[in-house]
Design a protein around this ligand. Structure first.
Ligand code: PMP
Ligand code: GLN
Length: 416
């Protein structure tokens, strides 16, 4: 095998999704809704599928024109910068492929990429596959650390990681798994360093609509001097509760995005027709969804307002439950995950097959096998070198029906 895939064969989603399926659990693991997307977007998809021949043939290589047009209009308004639909946007197979194209296009051998921990796990293998080196800087819990806002970066520590080899920094706001929503001042510190050291910022914002208790999502691309050096990643699956659709995008200045297109046109562009078959109608449906959001933006009918309102109830419900059974949660300001401290929850983990694994991996496996509840170990969101220091948290997903959350609550209450 090629050196570039050395040591990245293990994948948390492959392993734990399989385990959850094997044991028929109540699933608060992998992050997907167990309820339907809004009906208007399902109708848009049906209409697109039945919309005649053109919906089933190749579309524009870098994004179905109605989709890039509305994304440009919609995000132009949000970011406060004119976006060119055909220069500044690349539509991809989920946010995953947008990230993959970005790293492949911008990172060279020996380049360093700063990654803030905890981070969505795929950044590390993707940087490695591009030949780069991940340089990690942790968010550290301060004070009582009861909410994700208490987890902060040290500006000095962050600054010390920038050097002439630094090519990019990856941020994720709202963050998966912690739920941190970076404040404008925190983003400004990062932006100043990017500008000072001529570094690109890759900003993963797939949960941008999901913020709670007045936390406000700020796009780093909207800060002065940052449009030119930021690639913003988004996801139709996350925006419209349709994760299986795998429609994502990268948005940024044309001179950067053109390199992402080079990767895309030489990889996925040559993929099987069936790929395009599924993608064109879903792109059309996501375009319709954004068109509707564009018209309803800021009104009570906007799904981007309704979804976080609904999720806020679920977030509180899960937090109350975890607190009452002694699994102290860190209340997230955004996203649809909540991490919880398992250190005072003593269980007898005597499964010899998991002896060599991190404590949280063993705990989660035990929870699946013995209690029928699936979650995700948080050390998976740390670099291999820091994983051992963060084995005391597990992640719960709350984008679930109340009946699913009730079933999880039953399990936790019976056992505690
Ligand atoms: N980034 C983050 C932070 C995620 O949680 C996910 C998982 N949805 C992705 C990217 C990938 O998104 P997609 O499903 O659109 O590929
Ligand atoms: N982003 C989702 C999560 O964090 C799903 C990840 C995946 O399926 N690869 O759970």
């Amino acid at each position: 095998h090629a050196r570039r895939i050395e040591g990245i064969d293990k994948n948390i989603w492959v392993d734990f999704t399989q385990l959850a399926a094997d044991y028929k659990v109540v699933n608060l693991g992998q992050g997907f809704p167990d309820f339907s997307p809004p009906s208007y977007i399902q109708e848009a998809l049906c209409k697109a599928v039945n919309g005649g021949c053109s919906m089933h043939q190749y579309t524009h290589a870098f994004g179905h024109p109605p989709l890039v047009s509305i994304l440009a209009k919609f995000f132009g308004r949000v970011v406060g910068h004119e976006i060119d639909a055909f220069e500044d946007i690349l539509v991809t197979v989920g946010a995953y492929q947008a990230l993959f194209c970005t790293f492949q296009a911008l990172v060279d051998e020996e380049d360093e990429v700063i990654i803030i921990e905890p981070f969505f796990d795929c950044y590390q293998p993707m940087v490695k596959m591009a030949g780069g080196k991940g340089v990690y800087v942790p968010l550290r819990p301060g004070g009582k650390a009861l909410t994700s806002a208490d987890w902060v970066l040290s500006s000095e520590e962050l600054a010390s990681k920038f050097n002439p080899r630094t090519k990019a920094i990856v941020i994720n706001t709202p963050n998966n798994p912690l739920g941190k929503v970076y404040k404008r001042e925190e983003l400004q510190v990062i932006a100043d360093l990017c500008i000072k050291h001529d570094v690109v910022c890759i900003s993963d914002e797939v949960y941008e609509w999901l913020t709670y208790d007045g936390a406000k999502h700020v796009k780093i691309a909207s800060l002065p001097g940052m449009w030119e050096r930021t690639v913003t990643i988004g996801s139709g699956g996350k925006s419209f509760s349709a994760t299986g659709w795998k429609v994502g995008w990268a948005i940024g200045a044309g001179p950067i995005v053109k390199h992402l297109k080079t990767v895309h046109q030489n990889s996925v562009y040559h993929c099987a027709t069936s790929f395009t078959l599924t993608l064109a109608p879903t792109q059309e449906a996501v375009a319709q969804g954004f068109q509707r959001e564009y018209e309803l933006f800021g009104t009570p009918e906007s799904y981007f307002l309704q979804l976080p309102e609904m999720l806020n109830q679920k977030r509180k419900k899960l937090a109350t439950c975890l607190e009452s059974v002694g699994l102290q949660p860190i209340l997230p300001e955004g996203g649809y995950f909540m991490i919880s401290d398992i250190s005072s929850f003593k269980v007898d983990l005597n499964d010899p097959s998991t002896q060599d694994e991190p404590y949280d991996y063993r705990f989660v496996k035990w929870l699946i096998k013995e209690k029928g509840l699936a979650t995700i170990p948080v050390s998976a969101f740390y670099s291999p070198e820091h994983r051992k220091d963060f084995q005391n948290y597990i992640r719960f997903c709350f984008v679930k029906e109340d009946s699913t959350l009730n079933a999880a609550e039953d399990i936790l209450r019976k056992w505690s």
